[in-house]
Design a binder for this molecule. Structure first.
Ligand SMILES: Nc1ncnc2c1ncn2[C@@H]1O[C@H](COP(=O)(O)OP(=O)(O)O)[C@@H](O)[C@H]1O
Ligand SMILES: [Mg+2]
Length: 395
């Protein structure tokens, strides 16, 4: 008789326990489903190739609050490189859970879930252990997504550079061919024009006409000379060169012009600048081309700055103006031969392509930074590894 109630008890307890377990499992399951929905949503946004990164982060931040236990109190914020993305109605809460967004070993920002203040939540820790795992996981997903986007951007830029270099090389070959072909007949025209000029008792009209022919031929020959330098295949001369000295000498030639057009000259040179092995006359040409462009960009005056500096691996010089600047389209094309935005008598469009060719043949690099109506800065770097250059050129 005594055993009966015991049995019932056990059964009743057992029933109660299993009902409780089912509730816990249900809650857990519900939380799991919320987490998975959130992660799935993030994966979908991250893998959409049509969305820019900013839009992706804006979308992702909205997916976060519903995955937390007290979703109606939750709001989310993603900070990346100082840029902030928030879920609608975001406000700072005292209770928050965070994870660091770490990309290539660098902390770039955080993912945060805040609970808007409520008394019940203030008393306890309202976050589940699983939620910390979830937010860590989300931070990792965001880091991967950004890393992937940045890699793709670098690849696209490299590809663009390669295409541009290829195009320049092809144009260079073409230009060299044309220049060689034209050089001969042009010299003949010039030679005969100059010979004819020496004929005694020429009528004035003929004398003037011959002068025009000779001038035009000289002009054409200069263009061809520049083209040949641009397309030059032979190795340029190499002697130790002090860039500071070349810059100072070149600037002297432009001082009067600067004063006339209201351009202030600034020289910021490093007196310790090491020498580089280079072709002196070509470097002169680089610097004067950059200065002429800078002055042409400042018809109403401004400031022209020439700066030299160096580090362990390179020697650098900068030519900067406060002139008209360039649009993106102009910037894309400046190194192409014959690309010019100037009137016929102002430019041939060969200057920067020659500059580019010379710098490339010195294994250097040229960078341009320009903003419309603000100004332009050309930065040129040459390698300092003298030993390798010396070996290559047998100096
Ligand atoms: N400092 C500068 N500021 C603004 N635009 C520039 C500057 N340097 C070059 N450019 C642009 O690049 C073009 C090409 O320059 P370049 O090859 O020297 O040819 P050119 O000077 O004969 O036009 C110029 O026509 C101009 O549009
Ligand atoms: Mg020019």
């Amino acid at each position: 008789m005594q055993s009966k109630p015991k049995k019932t008890n056990i059964r009743a307890n057992g029933h109660k326990a299993s009902a409780g377990n089912t509730d816990v499992s249900r809650t857990k399951l519900r939380e799991r489903v919320k987490e998975l929905t959130c992660l799935y949503g993030i994966a979908q946004v991250a893998s959409n190739p049509n969305l820019p990164l900013e839009r992706k982060l804006k979308d992702i931040v909205q997916l976060l609050p519903p995955a937390w236990q007290y979703q109606h109190r939750a709001c989310a914020r993603i900070i990346i490189d100082g840029q902030v993305f928030q879920s609608p109605g975001f406000c700072n809460g005292e209770r928050r859970q965070t994870a660091t967004i770490c990309i290539a070993g660098r902390n770039r920002g955080t993912v945060e879930i805040h609970y808007r203040n409520g008394r019940s939540l203030l008393k306890m820790n309202p976050f589940l252990h699983e939620e910390q795992n979830l937010i860590d996981n989300i931070a990792r997903q965001i880091a991967l997504m950004i890393e992937h986007e940045e890699d793709s951007a670098i690849k696209a830029e490299l590809q663009k550079q390669l295409i541009r270099t290829d195009r320049l090389a092809a144009i260079g070959q073409l230009a060299a061919g044309v220049a060689h072909e034209l050089n001969e007949p042009l010299n003949t025209i010039l030679g005969f024009a100059q010979l004819a000029q020496k004929t005694p008792d020429l009528p004035l009209q003929t004398k003037n006409d011959l002068e025009k022919i000779a001038d035009a031929s000289l002009h054409a020959r200069n263009i061809i000379r520049e083209l040949l330098i641009f397309a030059r295949h032979g190795k340029p001369g190499r002697t130790p060169v002090n860039l500071n000295q070349i810059i100072m000498n070149e600037l002297k030639l432009f001082e009067t012009m600067c004063a006339k057009s209201g351009v202030e000259l600034k020289r910021v040179v490093d007196s310790e600048l090491p020498e580089i092995l280079a072709d002196k006359s070509q470097l002169r040409q680089v610097i004067s081309n950059l200065i002429v462009n800078a002055l042409q960009a400042m018809p109403d005056g401004g400031t022209l700055t020439l700066q030299t500096s160096f580090d362990a691996s390179s020697v650098k010089f900068v030519v900067e103006d406060t002139g008209i600047g360039m649009s993106d389209e102009v910037k894309e094309n400046i190194f192409l031969p014959f690309y010019t935005t100037k009137d016929v008598d102002q430019g041939t469009g060969l200057g920067l392509s020659v500059v580019h060719g010379i710098i490339a043949s010195h294994k250097g690099e040229i960078f341009v930074k320009s903003e419309k109506d603000k100004g332009t800065r050309f930065t040129v770097t040459f390698p300092r590894q003298q030993e390798t250059v010396s070996k290559e050129y047998g100096i």
